[in-house]
Design a protein around this ligand. Structure first.
Ligand SMILES: [Zn+2]
Length: 231
């Protein structure tokens, strides 16, 4: 309703000249999940600082920027960029995947807690998808899910396991003091971790549909699609 009330007067006032809108994340997300705005026609600015400039929800760009920072030996800048990206993505994924975290009225969710909830939820969803595929006798889907589960386990086992990843996320204030070579594996593991939640084709984040009692885990283009409903 909020989006309708916004779009209707925009159409009346601007007509076909309405081509660009700046919205807060709730409305922007709604336009994206309803398919009104495609992944390619939306850019999310989630923060801005003097050191990093605007940080966009554009994974390729974020990782390229981090690599460029590291090439210049600017670990604190790269660390700031990675932290902001993770904060944004962890919250977004927790929302999109229905991860369970204790509610906080002040919205002050800890990034480590969010990431851990997202990782846990990913495991649950893959398990549900595997069960559904088995119930339908869908061998192709079963193999696909097994490959995803294997990749997930491997990523969580890199370095010293899942706890290492979460600890790194929690103690991000220590990143800036790391040497370039110590920080690189941190970047690599988070990049791998987050890539799993994104479609290789359309680059959109995976989400559940419908949000309540979901039957699908999918990306925007449908190239990534897992059925969650058993026979
Ligand atoms: Zn896709």
């Amino acid at each position: 309703m909020g989006v309708c009330l916004y779009l209707a007067p925009m159409k009346r006032v601007l007509g076909n000249n309405f081509t660009f809108a700046v919205l807060d994340d709730v409305w922007a997300r709604q336009l994206r999940t309803e398919g009104i705005v495609g992944a390619k026609s939306a850019v999310a600015f989630h923060t801005w600082t003097v050191e990093t400039g605007p940080v966009l929800d554009e994974i390729a760009e974020v990782w390229d920027q981090i690599d460029a920072d590291l090439a210049k030996n600017e670990v604190p800048t790269a660390a700031g960029r990675l932290r902001r990206h993770l904060e944004y993505v962890a919250a977004d994924l927790a929302d999109e995947l229905g991860a369970k975290v204790s509610f906080r009225a002040d919205g002050g969710y800890d990034m480590g807690l969010l990431l851990s909830a997202v990782i846990g939820r990913q495991g649950e969803l893959l398990k549900a998808a595997a069960k559904a595929a088995k119930s339908w006798g869908n061998k192709e889907q079963t193999d696909k899910i097994e490959a995803l589960q294997k990749a997930r386990t491997e990523i969580l086992a890199t370095q010293n396991g899942e706890q290492w990843i979460i600890n790194k996320a929690v103690h991000y204030n220590e990143w800036a003091d790391l040497s370039k070579n110590d920080f690189k594996p941190v970047v690599a593991v988070f990049k791998q971790l987050l890539q799993q939640f994104r479609c290789e084709k359309c680059n959109s984040w995976l989400s559940l549909t419908p949000r309540h009692d979901p039957v699908d885990l999918r990306c925007a283009c449908g190239a990534f699609h897992l059925n969650l409903k058993e026979k």
